[in-house]
Design a protein around this ligand. Structure first.
Ligand code: NAP
Length: 251
């Protein structure tokens, strides 16, 4: 993907972890923040970790949003609506917004293992209501632990992608597949984000109960074709292998 990915609210653990992994994968990343300097410092830290080939910078959220075709939203639920209202004029038509927001009760002083009821059904559906026409929303990355994202190893987790827009689903799935170990699963319509968001609260409860840091989810029993781009890539990989074998000199 050559277009920049803006991570709005990218200075927290979730945004930084995604930024680190996508920068390592060769993507161009813009960290967004309410404070341009904080974003630049975060970008510089990731660049120092990844090395001279890193294509990452930081900027204030609306400037980051305006410079990207793909935006990923990683803010606490209590800041989501206000930020999206501020960004209304910054979004370019055709932008894909990938929402990772979980409406945890902790954002309003409640338990981290509980979710708030959202009038629209889910945080992602609230986003879809607030973005300007022409911006497509996908929900993804809710169940992935920031601790694992910020590490070096593969990530043992599926990413369930929900969207009413095929292009947004494809973009989010492609980005999920750029995270080592991760498989994207087509979770159907955006309204299913409600279920996926709630799973995060369950995982936080499990982390507390088992004193774990990186619980995640894996969906079992899917036929290979159901796992979307991963299987498409496998098919392409097999086709290339067959072609290579055919081209190889015999004897
Ligand atoms: N942490 C995880 O493991 C994880 C995993 C999956 C999904 N999530 C979800 O992803 C989102 C981000 O998680 P996080 O742990 O990274 O959160 P966080 O650290 O609490 O917040 C992320 C960033 O959002 C910005 N922010 C905070 N309050 C804001 C407000 N009122 N308005 C606008 N921006 C605000 C801050 O950046 P600036 O001050 O620089 O603007 C902050 O660094 C949450 O909705 C969370 O539920 C988290």
């Amino acid at each position: 993907m050559s277009r920049p990915i803006a991570i709005l609210g990218g200075t927290g653990p979730a945004g930084l972890g995604l930024a680190l992994r996508w920068t390592r994968a060769g993507e161009t990343v813009i960290i967004g923040s309410r404070d341009a300097k904080r974003a630049q410092e975060a970008g510089a830290r990731i660049a120092a970790t990844v090395g001279p080939e890193a294509k990452i910078r930081g900027n204030e959220n609306s400037a980051a949003c305006a410079a990207a075709d793909v935006c990923v939203l990683t803010v606490p639920f209590d800041g989501q609506a206000e930020l999206l209202k501020q960004l209304k004029t910054a979004f370019k038509p055709g932008t894909v917004l990938i929402d990772a927001t979980v409406p945890l009760a902790a954002t309003v002083g409640g338990r981290p293992s509980r979710v708030l009821g959202v009038w629209q059904g889910s945080a992602a559906q609230q986003s879809a209501e607030l973005v300007p026409r022409g911006v497509a929303v996908a929900a993804a990355f809710h169940n992935i632990s920031a601790d694992l994202l910020n590490g070096d190893g593969p990530i043992d987790c599926d990413v369930i992608v929900c969207s009413d827009d095929d292009h947004a689903r494809t973009v989010a799935s492609e980005l999920a597949h750029k995270l080592p170990g991760v498989r994207a699963i087509d979770g159907g319509k955006l309204e299913n984000a409600r279920i996926v968001e709630q799973i995060t609260a369950l995982l936080i409860g499990l982390n507390i109960r088992y004193q774990a840091h990186g619980t995640g989810i894996r969906i079992t029993g899917l036929p290979d074709r159901q796992s979307g781009l991963g299987s498409a890539r496998n098919i392409l990989g097999s086709a290339h292998k067959i072609l290579r074998e055919q081209d190889a000199p015999s004897g």
